[in-house]
Write a protein that binds this ligand. Structure first.
Ligand SMILES: Cc1cc2nc3c(=O)[nH]c(=O)nc-3n(C[C@H](O)[C@H](O)[C@H](O)COP(=O)(O)OP(=O)(O)OC[C@H]3O[C@@H](n4cnc5c(N)ncnc54)[C@H](O)[C@@H]3O)c2cc1C
Length: 172
């Protein structure tokens, strides 16, 4: 098979890339390969931690994350992920993902272990399944995307590997 873009994995990471690339290049082919129908994304329950209101701040979320990470976090990545949170949430809402709202019409923010503030947006306790549902619905509208499920990627051979082979053959 020939494709312009090959995406391995159909969890939230893979599908986010697929939606963006397939919508940006409607004339290019996107092939998604996944080893099974399910992913961890579908099983995520509690929700997604995102700074949402004035009583919270990126700094508080950052400090909570480093504390919970106990020295294992890459601080630059933590900062980037936390700051991108509100944009990603807006993107998910635009894709049709539903999140629970409180009586005032704002996101119903849960508080989970390790967080000093209420900042967990969720859809009941099946947030991952709701995110997957909305993403797959959006993907169905994209004619340039093909899915191959039950396909296990064993090895990736890139130009880099072919060049090594060529160099070896030259030597012998
Ligand atoms: C029970 C549970 C509850 C969770 N609750 C939360 C929560 O409340 N909040 C939260 O933020 N996070 C939660 N998580 C974590 C969250 O689900 C993951 O961090 C997130 O879904 C990872 O997304 P991903 O796209 O990177 O990977 P995944 O969703 O794991 O997707 C990986 C994809 O790669 C494919 N793949 C892997 N290897 C191969 C291969 N060799 N060949 C072909 N395909 C391959 C898989 O088939 C799959 O499609 C939870 C996880 C679980 C399991």
């Amino acid at each position: 098979m020939k494709t312009d873009f090959l995406v391995i994995g159909s969890g939230i990471a893979g599908l986010t890339y697929v939606i963006k690339i397939a919508e940006k290049f409607p004339n290019k082919k996107v092939l998604v390969v996944a080893k099974n129908q399910e992913s961890n994304t579908q099983f995520a329950q509690g929700g997604v931690a995102i700074v949402q209101n004035d009583s919270d701040s990126f700094k508080k979320h950052y400090n909570d994350t480093l504390l919970a990470g106990d020295g294992l976090c890459d601080e630059e990545i933590v900062e980037m992920v936390i700051k991108e949170g509100p944009n990603c949430l807006a993107e998910m809402v635009d894709w049709g993902v539903e999140f629970d709202l409180n009586s005032g019409g704002y996101f119903d923010l849960g508080k989970e272990g390790g967080h000093s503030e209420n900042r967990v947006v969720h859809y009941k306790d099946i947030t991952g399944a709701e995110i997957s549902r909305a993403m797959h619905l959006r993907l169905k509208k994209l004619k340039n995307v093909t899915f191959l499920t039950n396909h296990f990627v064993v090895d990736l051979i890139s130009d880099h590997h072919l060049q090594i082979e060529k160099a070896k053959n030259k030597r012998t």
